[in-house]
Design a binder for this molecule. Structure first.
Ligand code: CTP
Ligand code: MG
Length: 232
């Protein structure tokens, strides 16, 4: 496999969670959510670099979490995040080591990503140039207008929920981000930034445990998943 770096955006303020601590630093089991997330990537031999984007006041905490994981031979950097997720990721590019060929972006707050899925996604990205994890939409999705009146109902068979990781050949991701910044485009995921420049993105079916901890209910579900894992 190609040499892989993982960028972990962890600079959000967690408005929807409404917690005192930013989400990556909330404890799940005995350790912060970010520790669970980092561990999954550190199990993969092709991961040669990890870059976390966070706010300055959390730099020390991120360093502490990383050292507690005893990663061997992986380069590590913490960079300052930005006001939007996309800017946090863009800031991480400057820390990318020269040898990196593939870049994975993975939310700090998706702690249950499985190693096999990361590998599958990276293999597809090596082949196609860009790949991402997603799951079929379980709810019917409505398109509404500004008065909250339904405009249409897109066929659910063609609707998937985007998750992370989203993995790209380095040059594709850097080119797409440069173009987005030039044009003032702000996407809600990295694939949308890459799709804009005409790049094909392969969707790899993931699993629903790879949830993004967003609302308080997600934290409750996460505790249940964690406790179940510990039973086996
Ligand atoms: N993120 C980031 N920089 C930002 C905003 C978000 O690095 N300016 C990160 C978050 O820390 C999180 C991931 O992107 O790991 C996914 O974002 P989200 O779940 O939306 O987290 P928040 O933005 O913190 O939450 P909210 O939108 O509810 O404020
Ligand atoms: Mg957000």
């Amino acid at each position: 496999m190609l040499k892989l770096a993982v960028i972990i955006p962890a600079a959000g303020s967690g408005t929807r969670m409404g917690s005192r601590l930013p989400k990556p630093f909330i404890k799940l089991g005995n350790v912060p959510i970010l520790a669970h997330t980092l561990s999954s990537f550190l199990e993969i031999p092709d991961v040669v670099q990890v870059i976390v984007a966070t706010s300055k006041e959390w730099f020390d905490e991120v360093e502490n979490i990383y050292s507690s994981l005893n990663a061997q031979g992986v380069q590590f950097a913490v960079v300052e995040g930005g006001s939007e997720r996309q800017f946090s990721i863009n800031n991480a590019f400057s820390a990318l080591s020269e040898e990196i060929e593939l870049v994975a972006v993975h939310d700090a707050v998706r702690p249950f990503i499985k190693k096999e899925l990361i590998i599958k996604c990276a293999e597809e990205a090596s082949r196609v140039g860009a790949a991402m994890i997603g799951v079929p939409a379980k709810d019917t999705i409505k398109k509404i207008d500004e008065n909250q009146v339904v405009e249409s109902t897109p066929d659910r068979r063609f609707l998937w929920q985007a998750q992370t990781p989203q993995i790209f050949k380095r040059e594709i991701l850097e080119k797409a981000y440069a173009s987005a910044i030039k044009d003032g485009f702000l996407g809600t995921d990295d694939a949308s930034v890459v799709e804009r420049i005409g790049q094909k993105v392969k969707l790899v079916e993931g699993d629903r445990e790879n949830l993004k901890i967003t609302y308080p209910v997600d934290l409750k579900i996460a505790e249940l998943i964690l406790n179940e894992e510990e039973l086996f």
